[in-house]
Design a protein. Sequence first.
Length: 348
Amino acid sequence: MTDTSPSATYAAAGVDIDAGNALVDRIKPAAARTRRSGVMAGLGGFGGLFDLKAAGYSDPVLVAATDGVGTKLRIAIDTGNVDGVGIDLVAMCVNDLICQGAEPLFFLDYFATGKLELDQATRIIQGIAKGCELSGCALIGGETAEMPGMYPAGDFDLAGFAVGAMERGNEIPTNITQDDVILGIASDGVHSNGFSLVRHIVEKSGLSWDSKCPWDAGTLGANLLAPTRLYVTQTLPLVKTAQIKGLAHITGGGLTENIPRVLSDGQGAHIDLNAWKLPGVFKWLSEQGNMEQAELLKTFNAGIGMIAICSPDDAPFATKALQDAGEQVFQIGSIVAGQGVQYSGTLT
């Protein structure tokens, strides 16, 4: 008996290799704009090549970081506003690298979806390339995984992998002592942590993503999707000249959990909550969610996306350098004896 059923193909099973190849062709110009010293090959090989000596390092220590964007992606998917989540992905990785004293060198992404939508994927990966470009980091490769049956229509997930380097002996945190100054560098909103709670609060409020934003112009969804701020190029020169002793990226766990990560045993931090104004997004989330101040401080960044620790002598220069680089900077506290974070004042 002759089998008259259609010939089995990968495309019939839901995986379009041609679309994947078309995506690579589309993103090559964006990736090319991220090229920096040390890059040895373009996209398309089985692996990315990078020459540390060509990048200017003589005795390098490599530092690696990986992260995702979390449930912030749900808002991006539901609104169709996917252009900024690639910047989020890069920022979550490279902002961690600089906290070790490392210069981000190259980045790889993993993009997974049920069915590859070429325009959507192009916008996402162009955002990744933009984040790399803004942080001096080369996009040298990645993986696009089309997995029918694993993701509902239109859904996707992202993961990022960044590698940086520093000369041996130049790592931070280093030499932090009591009475060192803590500088707070402003965030651009919620960044990429706490969005399970954000989504819960928005649902409870009765608003939708396309509702008018209660604290700013535009829609609620667009404001919540403001990309994570990149802090690399602004802080790296101060790290290299030892005018910053430590950096803490204020991600999940907020100020309460992240500042102690850069302190030694017997060291704590005193934070004056009156040293900066709580941005409108956090006021609204706090009011709508009836959140206690302590909960807000260990869930969200509360308007401070990165903290820098400096000696009292270096703090004025570091402040001015960061301001000249376009940052809002606040002197929010100091290093004290003890452990953990001690707060005074009230977020307003």
